[in-house]
Design a protein. Structure first.
Length: 94
């Protein structure tokens, strides 16, 4: 797409910046998932954006201490406000 001659340099720069942001989000998601799994969760899925982070873990029910662990991991890996973090549990496979 960046080789498209119909794109202006400004559009190419914007696409490059967007791609860089997507790569960074994917890397952050992977780090968070690995750290949460290291806390004993079998399965975990994380979605990061610049405004919020959503986490889904395989667990019948999240205990307060587990939520705090997940929150601390997210806050250590991102700059997202505490009020924009969501953790969900599911007893089924992700």
């Amino acid at each position: 797409m960046l080789t498209d001659t119909a794109l202006t340099q400004e559009q190419k720069d914007e696409l490059t910046a967007q791609a860089g942001g997507m790569v960074q989000a994917i890397e952050t998601e992977g780090r968070i998932e690995n750290r949460i799994k290291a806390k004993g969760f079998d399965e975990c899925m994380v979605y990061c954006s610049s405004e919020k982070v959503d986490v889904i873990v395989k667990a019948p029910e999240l205990q307060e201490g587990q939520v705090v662990q997940i929150r601390d991991i997210i806050l250590g890996e991102t700059t997202v406000s505490y009020t924009h973090l969501r953790a969900h549990e599911t007893p089924e496979h992700l």
